[in-house]
Design a protein around this ligand. Structure first.
Ligand SMILES: Cc1cc2nc3c(=O)[nH]c(=O)nc-3n(C[C@H](O)[C@H](O)[C@H](O)COP(=O)(O)OP(=O)(O)OC[C@H]3O[C@@H](n4cnc5c(N)ncnc54)[C@H](O)[C@@H]3O)c2cc1C
Length: 327
C-alpha cells in the first residue's frame, strides 16, 4: 500500500499552466504540490523557439520552461517529478484523492487539472526526428518561421483547413494533403480554403515519410496515392500535422462536463462541473491554446482555489487536520 499525502491543493501537470498555478498558489501561502509524470515544462519542452510570449522576443522553449519552474519554486510550491497520476476521484466527504501509478494518494480539498493535451501523431519515419525542425503541430506557434516557403499541411478536418489558410500569411505555397476525396471541415472553412490561390489540395494521398537535409531540416515528403498506390516526392520545408489533438482528461474518474471534442467545460473561475475541481490550459474548452492562455487560465484557477478553500473552511490543515506529510 502506498502513502497518503495531504495538501491544500494538488496541481496535476507541470506545463505552463501547472507551473503558473503553482506560482500563484505559493504566493497565496497555500500548501500546494505539482505532480508531473515527466519533467516540468510540458509542451514547451517540445518547442524549439517561442516568439509570442510577451516580454521575450525570442526564447527557447526549454529556457522559458526553466524560468517558469524556477519562479514557481521560489514561491514555495513543491514539485514532484516522475509522478504519474492515474485517477482523480471526489470522496463522499468532499475531498479529492489523486492516485498515482505507485499507489500513493494525494488528498486535498481542491485540485487543479493542468494535464494538457497530446497532438495525434502520424507515426511515420522522420516525424519525430524532424519535430521542431520543419515538423510542427501548431500553426500559430511556428507559422512565422516559414515565410516565403513551400510547406504542407496534413489532415482534412477543421484544424487542418483553418490552419492551412492561416499559414498562407507566411508561406508562398501550402499543399493540403488529405487521405480522402473530400474534407471533413465545415463548409465555410472549405470555401475559404478553395478560394485561397496559395493553397493546393492533394487528394486521396497519405504521407509515408518525412526526409531532411544534412542540416537536419525538412526538405521532402514521401507521398502515396491511396487509390493508385503511386508514390512520389513532394519538395517542402515544413509539415504541419493536424490529424487530431486529445485532451489528457482520462484520469478523471467522475463525470465532468465537456465539449464535443472532450475538452473540459469550466465557468469563468476555471471551475469544472465538479465543485473544487478546476481546469486550466490546453485541456480546457476554449478558442485557442497557447502559453499565454494557459498561464491566464492558471492564474484565475489558483486565485479561485484560494477563495474556494476560504469558503469551505480553510485549507487542508483546517479541513483534513494535517498538511503535506505522508503516513
Ligand atoms: C510543437 C509545439 C509548439 C508550440 N509552440 C508554441 C509557441 O511558440 N507559443 C505558444 O504560446 N504556444 C505554443 N505551443 C502551445 C503551448 O505549448 C501549449 O498551449 C501549452 O504548453 C499548454 O500548457 P499546459 O500547461 O496546458 O499543457 P502542457 O504544456 O501540455 O503540459 C501538461 C503537463 O501535464 C503532464 N501530465 C499529463 N498527464 C499527466 C498525468 N496523468 N500525471 C502527471 N502529469 C501529467 C504532462 O507531462 C505535461 O508536462 C506549442 C505547442 C506545440 C505542440
Amino acid at each position: 500500500m502506498g502513502n497518503t499525502f495531504t495538501y491544500d491543493v494538488v496541481i496535476i501537470g507541470a506545463g505552463p499552466a501547472g507551473m503558473c498555478a503553482a506560482l500563484y498558489a505559493g504566493r497565496s501561502m497555500l500548501n500546494a504540490v505539482v505532480l508531473e509524470r515527466g519533467f516540468p515544462g510540458g509542451e514547451l519542452l517540445n518547442t524549439e523557439l517561442v516568439e509570442d510570449y510577451p516580454g521575450f522576443e525570442r526564447i527557447l522553449g526549454h529556457d522559458l520552461a526553466a524560468k517558469f519552474h524556477e519562479h514557481a519554486a521560489k514561491f514555495g510550491a513543491e514539485f514532484r517529478n516522475g509522478v504519474h497520476v492515474t485517477s482523480v476521484r471526489k470522496r463522499e466527504d468532499g475531498l479529492f484523492d489523486s492516485e498515482t501509478s505507485e499507489g500513493d494518494i494525494y488528498r486535498s480539498p481542491a485540485v487543479i487539472l493542468t494535464a494538457g493535451g497530446t497532438p495525434v501523431k502520424l507515426g511515420i519515419p522522420g516525424e519525430l526526428e524532424y519535430a521542431g525542425k520543419g515538423v510542427s503541430y501548431c500553426a500559430i506557434c511556428d507559422g512565422a518561421f516559414f515565410k516565403k516557403q513551400t510547406i504542407a499541411v496534413i489532415g482534412g478536418g477543421d484544424a487542418a483547413t483553418e490552419e492551412a489558410d492561416f499559414l498562407t500569411r507566411y508561406a508562398d505555397k501550402v499543399y493540403l494533403i488529405h487521405r480522402r476525396e473530400s474534407l471533413r471541415a465545415s463548409k465555410i472553412l472549405q470555401q475559404r480554403l478553395f478560394e485561397n490561390p496559395k493553397i493546393e489540395v492533394i487528394w486521396n494521398t497519405v504521407v509515408d515519410r518525412i526526409e531532411g537535409d544534412e542540416q537536419g531540416l525538412v526538405r521532402t515528403l514521401g507521398l502515396r496515392n491511396v487509390n493508385t498506390c503511386e508514390e512520389r516526392n513532394l519538395a517542402a520545408t515544413g509539415a504541419f500535422i493536424f490529424v487530431g489533438f486529445r485532451p489528457n482528461t482520462g484520469i478523471i474518474a467522475d463525470h465532468v462536463k465537456h465539449d464535443a471534442m472532450g475538452y473540459l467545460l469550466t465557468d469563468a473561475n476555471m471551475e469544472t462541473s465538479i465543485p473544487g475541481l478546476f481546469a486550466a490550459g490546453d485541456l480546457r474548452s476554449q478558442l485557442t491554446r497557447q502559453v499565454t492562455t494557459a498561464v491566464g487560465d492558471a492564474t484565475t484557477a489558483a486565485i479561485a482555489v484560494e477563495k474556494y478553500l476560504k469558503s469551505h473552511g480553510g485549507g487542508a490543515t483546517e479541513i483534513i487536520g494535517t498538511g503535506g506529510y505522508s503516513s
